[in-house]
Design a protein around this ligand. Structure first.
Ligand code: IMP
Length: 198
């Protein structure tokens, strides 16, 4: 029997990316699909904490199997910042251009520019909690390059590539990204789990 899973997001870009990887073994629902219109709190100080908080929120109110994700850009020379605060690094406006400008300013003149994107996914399935992580290493460029993607994509150059995420475009990015790696782990787990309980 096909399982239904709620992905605690209304971000169409993410839903599309995740449903591509999950394939047709899972029926994926968004927050909108289950009639959840409220803002889900994200007040933890770690990515894992936020992912867990969001998944618990949905599970406790809607009683459905669900998962939630949280992602951050962790820059070595900035002691892991902006990390869990990536969305609002330059202020409440959550403006991606302002966020990138702040990163570029803080790294001005620095040669150590290593960074990584890290995604944490929290899954609640049959009442139990599971955690998955995806990481991609790279460096922060000295200027913005490319138009595709979102967030910090124009300044993130993944290791092994000479184009930023925003230059590579969604098709390549969605194969190699932090989120893709975490979702792949979730997907592998679900395949094995579903076989075991069948
Ligand atoms: P979220 O947890 O996926 O909402 O991500 C939090 C913030 O991290 C976003 O608002 C973006 O600023 C940044 N971010 C997350 N994923 C990506 C990505 O794939 N590319 C660039 N920035 C990202």
């Amino acid at each position: 029997m096909k399982r239904t899973l709620v992905f605690a997001t209304n971000n169409l870009h993410k839903l599309e990316e995740v449903s591509q990887i999950l394939g047709d073994q899972i029926e994926l629902r968004s927050l909108k699909d289950i009639g959840c219109e409220e803002d889900i709190p994200e007040t933890a100080d770690t990515l894992e904490g936020n992912a867990l908080q969001k998944a618990h929120y949905i599970h406790s109110r809607y009683g459905t199997d669900c998962f939630a994700d949280d992602t951050g850009l962790e820059i070595e020379a900035l002691n892991g910042d902006p990390g869990v605060y990536s969305a609002r690094y330059a202020g409440k406006g959550r403006d991606p251009q302002d966020n990138m400008n702040k990163v570029l300013r803080k790294l001005e003149g620095k040669t150590r520019r290593n960074a990584r994107f890290r995604t944490a996914i929290s899954l609640i399935l049959d009442g139990k909690e599971y955690l998955f992580e995806g990481i991609i290493q790279g460096v922060i460029t000295t200027e913005k390059r490319g138009e595709a993607g979102f967030g910090y994509d124009p300044i993130f150059l993944p290791d092994g590539y000479d184009q930023t995420f925003a230059e590579l475009g969604n098709e390549i990015k969605n194969h190699i990204s932090h989120r893709a790696l975490a979702v792949q782990k979730l997907c592998d787990f679900l395949k094995t789990y579903t076989k075991q309980v069948e």
